[in-house]
Design a protein around this ligand. Structure first.
Ligand SMILES: [Fe+2]
Length: 196
């Protein structure tokens, strides 16, 4: 009988079905329509912009972890902790931006090689750098994100995508501005012990 199960079938059913392959269900750059009362052109423009700011935010996040591990000198402990705190905040931004892309019907950029070819933040060397160089590199990366995020926020507002505008202004812009404040005070040349 064709449908009769062999004595070993109970064991076979518990076996994980691994090495499965199939075509993608949605290609990168393609949109699906969601009923969120937003035009497809507005959603697509937001998705393209958000993928750029996502690639740059992932890069900035990873730059913080690199500096967290590699920092040196008398401010080691303080900067080790500050860099990690900023890493965690950037990681939250990464998740918020990526999930907004999916909710708009787009496909989020995710993997390191794809991020590397998309980001406009200059590539950092593999080796360790002095603290003032680490801070300068981070400040430059923040400024790139801030400039694009403000411009993208204005585009989102103009196309009626208020949710993306809010994310960019309330989370990305304000969050990055605050981190720039905390960072930039570390390269102000004031005396440590004796006043000038
Ligand atoms: Fe750590």
């Amino acid at each position: 009988m064709a449908n009769q199960k062999s004595p070993g079938s109970a064991v076979d059913r518990a076996r994980p079905i691994d090495h499965q392959k199939a075509h993608e269900i949605q290609a990168y750059g393609h949109m699906i329509h969601r009923p969120i009362a937003l035009s497809e052109s507005a959603a697509q423009q937001s998705v393209e912009n958000l993928n750029q700011v996502l690639a740059d935010t992932i890069t900035l996040r990873d730059l913080y972890k690199k500096h967290h591990w590699q920092t040196a000198g008398p401010t080691f402990h303080q900067l080790h902790l500050l860099f990690d705190a900023h890493y965690e905040e950037q990681n939250e931004l990464v998740d918020m931006i990526a999930e907004r892309i999916q909710m708009l019907g787009g496909v989020t950029i995710a993997m390191a090689p794809d991020v590397a070819e998309t980001t406009i933040i200059p590539r950092a060397p593999k080796g360790r750098e002095e603290v003032p160089v680490q801070v300068s590199r981070l400040l430059h990366a923040h400024e790139i994100v801030l400039e694009e995020a403000r411009s993208m926020a204005r585009q989102a507002a103009a196309s009626g995508d208020d949710g993306t505008n809010d994310l960019l202004v309330s989370d990305v812009v304000r969050g990055n501005e605050k981190q720039v404040w905390f960072l930039s005070e570390h390269v102000v040349d004031v005396p440590l012990v004796r006043a000038d």
